[in-house]
Design a protein around this ligand. Structure first.
Ligand SMILES: Cc1cc2nc3c(=O)[nH]c(=O)nc-3n(C[C@H](O)[C@H](O)[C@H](O)COP(=O)(O)OP(=O)(O)OC[C@H]3O[C@@H](n4cnc5c(N)ncnc54)[C@H](O)[C@@H]3O)c2cc1C
Length: 404
């Protein structure tokens, strides 16, 4: 009998690990337990699905024959508890499943702010959430989104695309988009969003709800038909006695936890940034995939490590494509900013070297800029924020077409 690999979580971290295990251990038995009852899908595509820019099939990340072709048993169920000594997991259904090697890839759950009078608020994380939201909206729907961070704004942008304009966003900080945006960039986005006719309550929150009316801390009120909370996420994982955690499951550079034969990957983890001596939660797709790959290799006995690399995330904020490269928002250094109605480009230097960039609306040069982090660029002055700056010449390669 081959090694029994058990993976909890049918998301990008779990699936990437499963693929890696299969590549290195053709005889192993791979089982994935997931509680959504869905094949693996792109969470980041849910907004495109709401906006009707992609079909249901396009949100699936693998074809229907994937599990069979990879000989992965896909079980629907929720794991409640992991017994590391007996090497078995207990499911909510009462079933027990043994393992030789286990991966915890259980992702994150949306935070919920308790609000008096608000029962069962909607969240925005899963396919089911997206479907419920979509079922409730039409162009006349009065939508209230609590939270002006990345996901709340992404949802607002998707709803605007299908003609829903009666949208109010309530944001505790007095600018939009943190931690991706600093205040200056947040103001740029705010102007864009207000120009679309959305209502913003900044520096405010919802204190209580009476019927279909939200009462804000400022004393203002807002009617709504649909109330969605988007106030961040917290790592999620089953009960595991003895597991080392901080804000999330702690893993080493091989994806291993402190318990024998138990690994973890994705949004449920945090990793140590040794150069800064701190633990950092995992939050983006690319990092989840990287961790899944490394954990899968380690589980199959193949040497692989996570390395420290500058941060990169490229996605959509409201309806604007952005790229967040390196560290554009920290204190200190010199920032060059070019902005107009269409685009916002901020490039930050520390000691004359490229430290990071935030590009919105015009992401040209993002890959070569990523490769140029740490290079001396002070001599070019503020032209480095222009989208026609020849980054490829500076890095000596055509990085636009060379991704990782
Ligand atoms: C709407 C949205 C848009 C996003 N857009 C982007 C983007 O543009 N770019 C980007 O980089 N990132 C984006 N993200 C974040 C990105 O999707 C996540 O970082 C990534 O999906 C996390 O992958 P994961 O495999 O760790 O966890 P998940 O994808 O959450 O998968 C974990 C799975 O495990 C299941 N599970 C949890 N507990 C149990 C249990 N006890 N038993 C069984 N199953 C369990 C969960 O239900 C889930 O299906 C977005 C997220 C959302 C919600």
């Amino acid at each position: 009998m081959g090694t029994r690999y058990l993976i909890i979580g049918n998301g990008v971290a779990g699936i990437t690990a499963a693929q890696e295990i299969r590549a290195h251990d053709p005889a192993g038995q791979i089982t994935i337990i997931g509680d959504e009852g869905k094949p693996y899908y792109y969470r980041a595509s849910l907004s495109e699905w709401i906006a009707e820019d992609s079909t249901t099939e396009q949100t699936y990340a693998r074809t229907t024959g994937f599990y069979e072709a990879m000989r992965i048993e896909n079980v629907t169920g929720r794991v409640d508890r992991i017994d590391a000594e007996r090497k078995q997991v207990s499911l909510e259904s009462g079933d027990q499943t043994p393992y030789d090697k286990l991966l915890i890839a259980t992702g994150a759950s949306p935070n919920a702010v308790p609000i008096a009078g608000l029962e069962d608020p909607m969240a925005y994380r899963t396919w089911d959430d997206a479907r419920k939201i979509k079922e409730h909206v039409d162009p006349q729907t009065n939508v209230l989104i609590l939270g002006g961070g990345v996901l709340g704004l992404e949802l607002a942008g998707a709803l605007v695309e299908i003609g829903t304009r009666n949208i109010a966003i309530v944001q505790l900080l007095d600018f939009l988009g943190p931690p991706l945006l600093d205040e200056h960039a947040g103001r740029w986005l705010e102007r864009r969003i207000r120009a679309d006719g959305l209502t913003l309550f900044l520096g405010d929150t919802v204190e209580r709800v009476e019927g279909q009316v939200a009462h804000l801390k400022s004393g203002k009120t807002r009617d709504f038909d649909l109330f969605v909370q988007s106030v961040g996420v917290r790592p999620r994982y089953p009960e595991v006695p003895g597991l080392e955690t901080g804000r999330a499951v702690r893993i080493d550079e091989h994806g291993a936890t402190n318990l024998p034969d138990i690994y973890a990957a994705g949004d449920c983890t945090e990793t140590c940034v040794r150069s800064q001596g701190r633990w950092q939660p995992t939050r983006i797709w690319l990092d989840c995939a990287r961790q899944g790959r490394v954990a899968g290799c380690s589980m199959a006995g193949v040497d692989a490590s996570l390395t420290e690399y500058p941060f990169l995330n490229a996605s959509i904020l409201y309806d604007i494509h952005y790229a967040y490269i390196g560290d554009p928002n920290a204190e200190g250094g010199v920032a060059h900013i070019l902005e107009n109605d269409r685009a916002y480009r901020k490039v930050r230097l520390v000691d004359g070297n490229l430290a990071g960039a935030m590009l919105m609306g015009d992401r040209r040069g993002m890959m070569p800029m990523y490769r140029a982090i740490g290079l001396p660029v002070a001599e070019y002055g503020d032209v480095i924020a222009r989208s026609d700056f020849p980054w490829n010449d500076l890095t000596g390669k055509d990085w636009e077409y060379l991704f990782f």
